[in-house]
Design a protein around this ligand. Structure first.
Ligand code: NAD
Length: 365
């Protein structure tokens, strides 16, 4: 057994199915902490719609302070239909963007992995998805979601809407360095995705990535236009290794990746930024999916993306690779057993969110 650690974790359950899936991720974290002798110090905060209801804003100061004082943050999902008509600056999602910016987690790592036992869950042919193992590295704190100027201007009936895609060279460099470093631990291939045939922003992106690649002669670099990438991901997913791209393109492509993994309820994510003095990455760990109001409160949500996010937290923020691997192996066993939620189309009756969480704990030796 390795060294015993203190794990200071902030939990932000959020909205919709967020609390249901984070409850199971916490159950697994508590199980792992007890099994390996780590001290898990959990604190809980408000983010998103629940924070608007209780404090008037989606990202309360107290949540910001808790996040800055924690080693890692585990998030469920944010967003509620009752806030859909509010302007972007007042919506629950603004809280998530604010949290990412405050933590300066500029790289969002989204593994897209096709488990053999889920191969029938994908609408794509088995021989296309079998063996898919992609890591999408999405730039998270720049681009269209943050760029200024932005807004809707002008009198009603003749308005103009503006969003700006802004990237500084340094922002491109740091996320692409991370992609190249991660590729070195995998199959040593980076696909950089852009729209350089139309956007100046992408032309700079492509130029910077090509320059950086000279420092990684052992990693193969290919450039791909985002529209072509959207197609190639479904035609030949097994030929990708690490995909690096800007914020909006990464958001869209990683949701497309859910088709390869069988369900969006299977996709975890890790958002990381600068390393802390102890070498760990301060990180934000959250499923790729949203708050799924259509199934909230019914025990139907698949908690495996949240549980996979907890495993990523142990791996990236605390360097606990053995514990993370134990969770991933337990998830694989649970999938093989067929005791899965309805989205994975089990042959028998679907398991509930809590049953899947407990099954993962039971499968951890
Ligand atoms: P969504 O991901 O919430 O749901 C899309 C579909 O996938 C729905 O049919 C849903 O039932 C299903 N689904 C999602 N997660 C699932 C899970 N764990 N298990 C089983 N099925 C699952 O996306 P949406 O419907 O476009 O958005 C709903 C709300 O979530 C909106 O308010 C949106 O803004 C917000 N959202 C939040 C995040 C986030 O917090 N990171 C991400 C995306 C969307």
């Amino acid at each position: 057994m390795g060294r015993r650690m203190e794990l200071n974790v902030l939990v932000l359950p959020g909205d919709g199915i967020g609390p249901e899936v984070t409850r199971e991720a916490v159950r697994v974290l508590e199980h792992v902490a007890a099994r390996w002798g780590h001290a898990l110090r959990l604190r809980e905060g408000l983010l998103g719609g629940i924070a608007i209801r209780k404090t008037g804003g989606p990202f309360p100061d107290q949540t910001r302070e808790l996040a800055m004082a924690s080693d890692a943050t585990l998030l469920g999902a944010v967003g509620l239909p009752e806030f859909d008509d509010l302007p972007p600056s007042k919506r629950p999602e603004k809280g998530l963007l604010g949290l990412r910016k405050a933590l300066d987690v500029y790289a969002n790592l989204r593994p897209v992995y096709c488990f053999e036992s889920l191969i029938e869950s994908s609408p794509l042919k088995n021989d296309i998805v079998r063996g898919t193992d992609i890591l999408i590295v999405r730039e998270l704190t720049g681009g269209l979601y943050f760029g200024q100027p932005r807004g809707i201007h002008g009198p009603e009936g003749s308005e103009t809407a503006v969003n700006s895609m802004v990237y500084a060279r340094s922002e491109i460099e740091r996320v692409c360095h991370m992609a190249f470093d991660l590729a070195r631990k995998r199959k040593r291939k980076v696909t950089s995705v852009d729209k350089a045939n139309v956007l100046e922003n992408s032309q700079l992106w492509r130029r910077v990535v090509a320059e950086l690649a000279e420092g990684y002669p052992d990693v193969e670099l290919e450039h791909m236009l985002v529209d072509n990438c959207a197609m190639q991901l479904l035609l030949r997913p097994t030929e990708f290794d690490v995909v690096v791209t800007e914020n909006l393109f990464g958001d869209i492509l990683s949701d497309e990746g859910s088709v390869l993994a069988g369900s969006i309820g299977m996709l975890p994510s890790a958002s990381v930024g600068n390393r802390l003095p102890n070498g760990a990455w301060r990180g934000l760990f959250e499923p790729v999916h949203g708050s799924a109001p259509d199934i909230a409160g019914q025990g139907k949500a698949n908690p495996l993306a949240a549980i996979g996010s907890a495993a990523a937290m142990l791996n990236y923020s605390f360097g606990l690779t053995e514990e993370a691997a134990a969770i991933e192996s337990a998830v694989s066993q649970v999938l093989d057993s067929g005791r899965v939620t309805a989205d994975l189309k089990p042959t028998g009756p679907p398991a509930s969110t809590a049953e899947v969480g407990q099954a993962v704990c039971d499968a951890i030796a």
